[in-house]
Design a binder for this molecule. Structure first.
Ligand SMILES: Cc1ncc(COP(=O)(O)O)c(C=O)c1O
Length: 453
């Protein structure tokens, strides 16, 4: 596979399918997985990863796939970016786990996070997973305000630990169903899922678009003891759902008016994914607490909360941290990754290539009756599959067949997402070149044509 820097690929490195799929080594490993691992780990196509470079992935049988997953929106800087690999190698020779002792890298990472976020966010807590940040944000909001209620949104996904599940807005999802009861004190508001508005509204006549409903919710569902609103910049797991223009500024103004903290969960939307370094920059809003993860390192597990010191400083020594949080390896790699993303202008590439991809995907929407909605921002897209455009009835079967047909052509997609399992998520690494992106969309078009029959 050819290695090259951001967006300058002279020729496509793949895809290359050289065995039946899955190949013999993949089959062997999947068999072991099925025997020794629970089924919770088995929703993806049977691609067994061996190696990655930029936007290309090789499986254990030597088949090469174009990656439209970025892991799960983690590998923003592309697979095995040489600077990240060098940082990992060098740090592995020095020290890796440092518990919560100060090391050479964690304070510098915290400083860098503060430097690149809005001025009110002046302290950072380095942790390990996204769910850890949303849990910690709830704790911080409660501790700082002395209030206990949290407003979250229908369809929201904030992670799989108990606190995080409790603010997740789809209780019938596989990751939530059967695990209740959840944390008390959480109330849910509608997120503007305009393609399937449960109230039958459109953005121009919608009162949710304002904040009347939130006032109503506070009156009816809360003890008027709301500490915070937590919201994703776009709803990821619910199907890459993007709010209409104007919605976020109104939400922010509403929080300010009521002195309620605004927690923005950008575990998924940050570090260039939406075409800006942070997704909230599109809306001109500022959180009080910002949750980061995934693309913060493009590789090893790292997450962080960046927040206002008046809130963060309510923590006393020993009250928040974890075994791996902020260790020397993860902090160093995250710091290097942030520099790589900024210096190699990956957000800009995501914006530019994303626009071209969106236009091409919209052409597919005109061509295929089953492609009901196409939404996108930077390099994250949701393709909502339906039985017919008129009825908008979700079609999870065709969605799954498309993912499988794409895999057979050497295009890797994540298992379907969305309320009804009928959304294809497209999210390539941010270093993808325009030719690669369009070649991938072409493969996707072939897969849709095959699956739709
Ligand atoms: C918006 C958002 N928040 C939180 C999480 C949880 O992150 P993690 O899986 O690292 O715990 C995710 C993961 O997909 C996410 O998309």
């Amino acid at each position: 596979m050819a290695i090259s820097s951001v967006a300058t690929v002279p020729e496509l490195a793949g895809p290359r399918i050289v065995t039946e799929l899955p190949g013999p080594r993949a089959k062997e490993l999947i068999k072991i997985s099925e025997k020794y691992e629970p089924r919770s780990m088995s929703d993806q196509v049977p691609m067994v990863w061996a190696r990655g470079e930029r936007v290309w992935l090789e499986d254990v049988d030597g088949n090469v796939f174009l990656d439209f997953t970025s892991g799960v929106l983690v590998v923003n800087a592309g697979h095995s970016h040489p600077r990240l690999v060098a940082a990992m190698r060098d740090q592995a020779d020095r020290v890796v786990n440092t518990y919560d002792f100060v090391n050479e890298w964690r304070p510098r990472l915290a400083q860098r996070l503060v430097e690149i976020t809005p001025p009110n966010l002046d302290k950072a807590i380095v942790l390990t997973t996204g769910a850890e940040t949303t849990e910690a944000a709830i704790k911080l909001a409660r501790k700082f305000t002395g209030r206990h209620e949290i407003i979250a949104f229908h369809g929201a996904f904030h992670g799989r630990t108990y606190g995080a599940m409790s603010i997740g807005g789809k209780r019938s999802a596989a990751g939530t169903k059967g695990f209740g009861p959840f944390l008390p004190g959480v109330v849910f508001a509608p997120f503007p899922y305009c393609y399937r508005c449960p109230f039958g509204q459109t953005p121009d006549n919608c009162r949710l678009h304002g904040t009347d409903y939130l006032d109503w919710l506070v009156e009816t569902e809360t003890e008027d003891d709301v500490a915070a609103v937590i919201v994703e910049t776009y709803q990821g797991g619910a199907g890459s759902i993007m709010a209409p223009e104007g919605w976020f500024p109104k939400l922010e103004a509403w929080c300010r008016k009521r002195d309620i903290l605004l927690i923005i969960d950008e575990v998924q939307a940050s570090f260039g994914r939406t075409g800006k370094l942070f997704g909230f920059e599109h809306y001109g809003i500022t959180p009080n607490l910002l949750c980061l993860g995934k693309g913060i390192s493009s590789s090893v597990p790292v997450s962080a909360i960046v927040g206002e010191s008046r809130i963060v400083d309510t923590l006393t020594p020993g009250s928040l941290g974890s075994t791996h949080g902020g260790n020397a390896m993860s902090s160093r790699v995250a710091l290097e990754n942030i520099d790589v993303i900024i210096e190699e202008r990956m957000s800009e590439n995501a914006a530019r290539v994303g626009e071209v991809m969106l236009a091409r995907l919209q052409q597919l929407q005109n061509r295929f009756e089953c492609l009901g909605d196409v939404r996108g921002m930077g390099l994250v897209f949701g393709l909502e599959m339906v039985t017919s455009k008129a009825t908008r009835e979700p079609d999870p079967d065709v969605t799954r067949r498309i993912v499988e047909a794409a895999y057979r052509r050497g295009l890797l997609l994540i298992a379907p997402i969305g309320f009804y399992g009928n959304v294809i998520r497209v999210a390539p690494p941010l270093v993808i070149a325009e030719e690669e992106a369009l070649a991938g969309v072409e493969l996707l078009a072939e897969a849709i044509a095959e699956a739709a029959g």
